[in-house]
Write a protein of this length. Structure first.
Length: 365
């Protein structure tokens, strides 16, 4: 039976410990009707409740295969949209706090991408010459744009395979919104940096000359992650002085110089697996979000592995951090009462086109 929606107000002053108990009680009542998915950047206080955790690709794959009526997503908005697109129509996807966005995803929007499409058509024939690739960190309407224009989605795990797929379709790639992931992936494929210019969507012809556009293999959207942007090659230099036998591992959203000076570069899942599988006693400098590194450092203590965060300044993803025990307890207690709060629903026409690109991605990776 449905009762009036419980407002968030009373949870604002509820202590973390009380929220933990309330979350467990609500989960018990909801049983198999509920599944909780969690991204690796979530704080331990909510991450511990995830039935399944993963990087963006792994989480997207889970969404294809779940039975539960409610999918509560501990992550950011674009991830919950992907869950809605890939899950069955009768399943409901919930994001405990709607303010949990991704600042990088917000660096590209449909108006700017469509303007770029028109600008590029002044020099080339977009639909014949260019495959658009959107990083999964983007709104559903940009995935739909790619669906409409022969494009595809990529994640940090499958970007090399997806770039390869894209070049089999057309001669050039338009990559948005993360220039760092695009540049690093292109570089690993052997594409010279001068053939991967930055496209500034706010300037005519992206701020490039016709010649530069014609010569380009990959046009990189002027976007980045504010969290990973904080890492510096100097952090690596310092670590190597202090730990000459240490290893450096970074996420490909980090600046090019950081990736270039790292021993390993890969997704959050790759980072976790690489460090977990390493020999006991090894030393690691990690260039990705703070919550992941803090949790991993704690887990690796019994194996005497030294795990160090790359930056001296706090690099927490502040939008991921919006998902806290208070919001989780609030949305679960509402579900117990039959009220679905903060449901994420992608409009049907957009979802169909976006699903096309996600299916292309899952098939190509
Ligand atoms: P992963 O897919 O590697 O988990 O990355 C997602 C993300 O947002 C990194 O900032
Ligand atoms: Fe977005 Fe960066 Fe946060 Fe990842 S870490 S969710 S890219 S803002």
């Amino acid at each position: 039976m449905q009762t009036a929606t419980i407002t968030f107000d009373q949870f604002q002053s509820t202590k973390d410990d009380d929220c933990q108990e309330r979350i467990l009680a609500a989960r018990e009542k909801l049983g198999d009707r509920l599944v909780i998915l969690g991204h690796h950047y979530q704080h331990e206080s909510v991450y511990r409740h995830a039935n399944f955790a993963g990087d963006s690709l792994k989480l997207a794959k889970y969404c294809d295969n779940l039975d539960a009526e409610y999918i509560v997503f501990l992550g950011v908005h674009f991830m919950a949209e992907v869950a809605d697109i890939l899950s069955r129509p009768d399943q409901k996807v919930i994001l405990p706090d709607l303010a949990a966005g991704c600042s990088m995803a917000d660096m590209a929007n449909l108006a700017k991408v469509e303007r770029s499409y028109r600008e590029l058509n002044k020099v080339l024939n977009f639909d014949e010459d260019i495959t658009p690739i959107t990083y999964i960190n983007s709104a559903a309407d940009l995935k739909a744009f790619c669906g409409e224009h022969g494009g595809i989605v990529c994640t940090s795990t499958n970007a090399p395979k997806i770039l390869d797929w894209a070049f089999k379709q057309r001669e050039k790639v338009f990559f948005f919104p993360d220039q760092n992931l695009g540049r690093w992936t292109g570089h690993k494929m052997g594409i010279p940096l001068e053939e991967m210019p930055v496209w500034d969507p706010d300037l005519p012809l992206g701020g490039l000359t016709e010649e530069e556009i014609k010569k380009a293999k990959v046009l990189l959207w002027k976007g980045h992650c504010a969290v990973h942007q904080m890492f510096r090659a100097q952090n690596i230099e310092q670590f190597r002085k202090e730990h000459p036998n240490g290893n450096v591992i970074s996420h490909p959203e980090s600046p090019f110089e950081v990736c270039l000076n790292s021993d390993f570069v890969g997704s959050t899942e790759y980072i976790l697996n690489t460090v977990k599988e390493a020999e006991p006693g090894t030393k690691w400098l990690i260039g990705t979000e703070l919550n992941l590194v803090t949790r991993l450092a704690e887990e690796m203590k019994p194996e005497n592995k030294h795990v160090q965060f790359m930056s001296h300044v706090v690099c927490e993803c502040s939008t991921m951090a919006r998902i806290d025990p208070q919001h989780l307890a609030w949305c679960l207690e509402n579900l117990v009462e039959g009220n679905v709060v903060n449901q994420i629903t992608v409009p049907a026409d957009e979802a169909t086109l976006a699903k096309l690109t996600l299916d292309r991605m899952l098939a190509a990776s």
